[in-house]
Design a protein around this ligand. Structure first.
Ligand code: FES
Length: 361
């Protein structure tokens, strides 16, 4: 069991332009918070800021390795992305930013004796968690290998290009790195085009022994992730060997229940006991409409959340009693659902009473 994630205000100690469209931020972790911000490779941080009077939160993958002695995330500018534009335009060294303690499951625990083969498919800013994973795994598992296929439009839009080159030199023979470019013609035809189903299939046929690969990691645009996941499964790869990190936040699920003119849900409600930091608060949550998370936030409970789209798992909690239905779940592993974990931003009561524990993660 681990405590509910919490925000702390951290000082930005370095701002680095990774490409014209992406910036990375390193944070100072004060004495006393070192343990809270200890992370596993591939995890993410949720940043929070008041932008235009609105409390906005976004999850960003950590790009530092666990031995890098820094805590760094990378943020790519998105068209119309209020948070990503704020980071790329306004955040400077010395600023204080609210940063949630690390979360995420996009990793396999390292094992110094393991002799594993890993394969990754990254697209655009989906490279970020791979920086952390590759650095950590190749350092801590001296007999393991990593093959990375990284899709971009052009070579100038490649994030961490230099750092990837350095890693390739350092781990010659154990890191294979293949850039796949859609808007430029590389020397080899195999590496030209989009990372779509056809290209992924070609790359696997030519360069990967699928049966001898222990774990596959996929992070990038939705269509690429779906294509890679489907292709691997069609080749008999068990879902347990495939890790997906979805960070294109889908729109929050629309409420099926009409609300009253004052914006409040109408209709019957369940009694939901919300446990946070050892304290239980009872909240009325309608069977239709507002989610468990939103109903509890309306009661001013300081609950963890980021995307509200069923993706990031920041709002994960243990359902101790009762039953819920989730609108969508892109984030929880099947074993977690079986163990009773729910995404509270997507959950609606099915039974008259629920107990939801945010302290049990
Ligand atoms: S807040 Fe991201 S899954 Fe619920």
């Amino acid at each position: 069991m681990s405590a509910a994630p919490q925000f702390h205000s951290l000082k930005v100690i370095d701002v680095r332009k990774e490409t014209d469209e992406a910036t990375s931020l390193a944070f100072e972790v004060p004495c006393g918070l070192g343990e809270a911000y200890t992370y596993s490779q591939g995890q993410y941080l949720t940043l929070r800021a008041d932008i235009g009077g609105e409390d906005l939160r976004r999850p960003y993958s950590i790009c530092s390795g666990v031995d890098d002695a820094e805590l760094r995330v990378a943020v790519k500018r998105l068209p119309g992305g209020r948070f990503s534009n704020f980071v790329n335009d306004d955040v400077t060294t010395g600023d204080m930013v609210d940063v949630m303690t690390p979360l995420g499951n996009f990793y396999v625990p390292v094992d110094a004796d393991a002799e594993r083969n890993y394969v990754g498919f990254a697209g655009g800013s989906g490279i970020t968690p791979f920086m952390s994973i590759i650095k950590t795994v190749l350092r801590h598992e001296p007999k393991s290998t990593f093959t990375l296929f990284y899709g971009n439009r052009t070579i100038s839009s490649v994030m961490f290009r230099e750092a990837l080159g350095e890693l390739k030199d350092r781990y010659m023979g154990r890191l294979r790195l293949f850039h796949v470019l859609s808007d430029e013609v590389p020397e080899t035809e195999l590496f030209a085009g989009l990372l779509n189903a056809e290209k992924i299939s070609e790359l696997l046929d030519s360069l990967v022994d699928v049966a001898a690969t222990d774990h596959f990691f996929i992070c990038g645009p939705g269509p690429m992730m779906e294509a890679a996941d489907a292709e691997l499964k069609s080749r008999g790869v068990d879902a347990k060997r495939i890790k997906l990190e979805v960070f294109g936040t889908p729109a929050p699920h629309a409420s099926a229940q009409p609300k009253a003119a004052n914006g409040k849900d109408t209709g019957p409600a369940a009694k939901v006991g919300v446990i946070l930091n050892g304290v239980r608060t009872d909240v009325a949550v309608p069977f239709e409409g507002t989610s468990v998370l939103d109903a509890a936030l309306e009661r001013n409970l300081d609950l963890p959340f980021a995307c509200k789209g069923g993706v990031c798992c920041t709002c994960k909690a243990k359902l101790v009693e009762g039953e819920v239905r989730m609108d969508i779940n892109y984030g929880l592993e099947p074993e977690e659902v079986e163990a009773g974990y729910i995404l509270t931003c997507q959950s609606h009561p099915v039974t008259d009473t629920l107990i939801v524990d945010y302290d049990d993660r």
